[in-house]
Design a protein around this ligand. Sequence first.
Ligand code: 6CS
Length: 353
Amino acid sequence: MRIHAAAKTLSTFLSLLLLGAALAGCGGSRAGRHEWRFALEEIQGSVQDAYAQEFRRRIEERSGGDVHVTIYPYGTLGTSAELTELVQQGAVEFAFASPGHLGTVVPEVQVLSLHFVFSDDDTVNHEVLRGDNALFRLLSQAYRRRGLVLLGLVDEGWMVWTGNRPLRRPADFRGFKMRTMTSPLLVEAYRAYGADPTPMPYAEVYSALQLNMVDGQVNPVFAIEEMSFYEVQNTLTFAHHLPFVTTLVSNPAFLDGLPPERQRMVRDVESELDDWAFDTERRLNRERLATIREKGDVQVVRLDEAQRAAFRRASLPVRERYREMAGKSGGAVLDALLAEVRRQEALKRDPAE
Ligand code: 6CS
């Protein structure tokens, strides 16, 4: 995998980057131009990459060229956990921090990894995630307490289970070695189905599947295609149990230290990109599924309502584990998410409500 070679140069590059950051300070300025660094958890061509390219285009245009954004795709700076640390330290101004890897830093965000909490209608979920609602406000406070600014929640498409057999019932997961991201709640989520969860960083997944260290993994279709997972897996199971949601984060000292009009520019671009990102992920996921079908020998399984209901029932005790892990503030976030999903579903049924 192309990522592995890059990962080897990581520690040298990190040291250099931190040294550079120490010299230049946050949002370093070279010859009057401000350099903003944007680190991705995904490779070039991904949803995060598309987002960052568009973010860069709009920021550079709106700042009249005064700000230059440099994008660091996955494999150039480190694992998701390391990228979050770089933002907390101010060595990087912006990064994506996916809840699946952020659970030990911001336990409350694991709410976005709970199964069957979101709607099975992605347009409803989009409204939940783009709104300036209680969910966003409570999560923002939780991020601030851990030295991060939450700028936005970005939906990257439905999570899809891959394996070498269909996963139609919780019993199909019995003894199934499932690769998960590294947040502790994910272990609970798959244990609830009887699986044997194995957390690991993204860069290690392809080899782990190839060497049969794990039996399957879960990611949106675009990622299954660009990370070549479909080469070593022959079944994609769609349960619509969870959208892959990532979070866009920044460094508090950097953002608070920007002039008010620059802070507004960042917030405006982020909120303009909400709809753009939703359209983009839908297109990329659709196109990549076609590519997988063309290139690979894969079976696509879509669970029906009765099958989804069985998984939903098995997943419910995990909500209590979440409340224990994320405490009172986490409980409030879960209640806010459930209420917002119900509200948006009602609005979808009857827009006059
Ligand atoms: O599975 C993972 O670890 C990763 N998946 C995606 C689609 N984005 C980032 C995350 O690290």
